[in-house]
Unconditional design. Structure first.
Length: 342
């Protein structure tokens, strides 16, 4: 079975064709970074209009590359995300499904990230702990099976990716700032400033990064007032990154211990951060799994895979959905065991 995946939840237009026997057959991605850079963040209306311009040409590109006239099914991101942007993929998916007489499946964006690791050669077996870290989400999820998710902790304010971007903006780095900050941090001393590790001394597995961001802001303001900002930018970046990663790793280890899980999956854009990968590998005694870097960020392949897995479990086509907020724990649990698409 071949499933076409459409991703338009925010500022990247992703399309991919996934074959349940061959894996990813073809994929394409368009980033809107240049469009939003002048504003320092994503502008929803601009994002939606660009998805409209880009999505159908990318579908044609992927199908032509795959040598396929049309897929057996279509999966699209239905949420969470920007409602206008989500409607673009939802509308096109349902229109194409009518034309091609094939099923169409709405997919949860974070489930796509969570399952992206299943596209690797040696995917983890259930159950496992998932650390989902991106610009919009930071959460720890106990995963027992496809659709069987229990959120153990989530962010009470900024997601970690958002904290990276906002800190980068404070340091004068261009949007999107997260990768630029991580690069700058390689030239700094991570012990130059002792920034807080939020909520590590509190019970529970929730996250908070607003206090860390405020602490950085105060240091940046003082450095600017003293005329020292250029000399200490790299140190601030390195110290911030260390504090953020220490927090993620400590909470992940705590969750794995409490759930008695020896497998951890890290997914989402921040999952590509090298310090996070290094620290988890050094401090976790079990197995840590990641999608390849290009599957950590938003992409159509993860949506196509999630759609294929849910179709295999008997999920039925649904009407167009566009949900700004959508809890993972509300997803239906499948009735049968999902096949291995590794």
């Amino acid at each position: 079975m071949q499933v076409l995946g459409l991703e338009t939840s925010c500022d990247e237009t992703g399309v991919a064709l996934f074959d349940t026997e061959r894996g990813i057959v073809a994929q394409a991605l368009h980033s809107q970074i240049e469009l939003h850079a002048v504003y320092g963040g994503v502008v929803p209306e601009i994002a939606s209009r660009d998805h409209i311009r880009r999505l159908l040409p990318l579908v044609r590109e992927v199908l032509n590359e795959a040598g396929t006239e049309h897929p057996d099914a279509i999966a699209y991101t239905a949420g969470p995300g920007l409602v206008g942007a989500l409607m673009v993929a939802g509308g096109l998916a349902n229109g194409l499904a009518l034309a091609w007489d094939c099923p169409v499946i709405p997919v949860h964006h974070m489930e796509g990230h969570l399952l992206a690791v299943m596209l690797e050669d040696d995917p983890p077996a259930y159950p496992f702990l998932a650390l989902l870290v991106s610009g919009g989400h930071t959460m720890l999820v106990s995963v027992s099976a496809l659709g069987d998710y229990r959120v153990l902790g989530s962010t009470l304010d900024d997601a970690v990716g958002e904290a990276f971007d906002k800190t980068a903006k404070l340091l004068g780095l261009e949007y999107p700032g997260g990768p630029a900050l991580a690069q700058l941090a390689t030239a700094g001393a991570e012990d130059a400033y002792r920034f807080p590790r939020p909520m590590l001394n509190k019970e529970g597995l929730d996250f908070s990064f607003s206090g860390l961001k405020t602490a950085v802001m105060l240091v940046v303001r003082k450095a600017r007032a003293d005329g020292e900002i250029e000399a200490v930018r790299a140190d601030i970046a390195a110290s911030f990154q260390r504090a953020a990663i220490d927090t993620l790793v400590a909470k992940t280890l705590r969750a794995a211990k409490s759930e008695k899980l020896d497998r951890v999956v890290v997914a989402g854009g921040v999952g590509a951060n090298q310090l996070l990968r290094t620290e988890l590998a050094a401090r976790f005694s079990g197995r840590v799994c990641y999608p390849r870097p290009d599957l950590c960020t938003d992409n159509g392949a993860m949506i196509a895979l999630a759609g294929a897995m849910r179709l295999a479990d008997g999920e039925k086509a649904d009407n167009i959905q566009a949900l700004a907020r959508w809890s993972l724990e509300t997803l239906a649990r499948p009735q049968t065991t999902s096949p291995d698409y590794s």
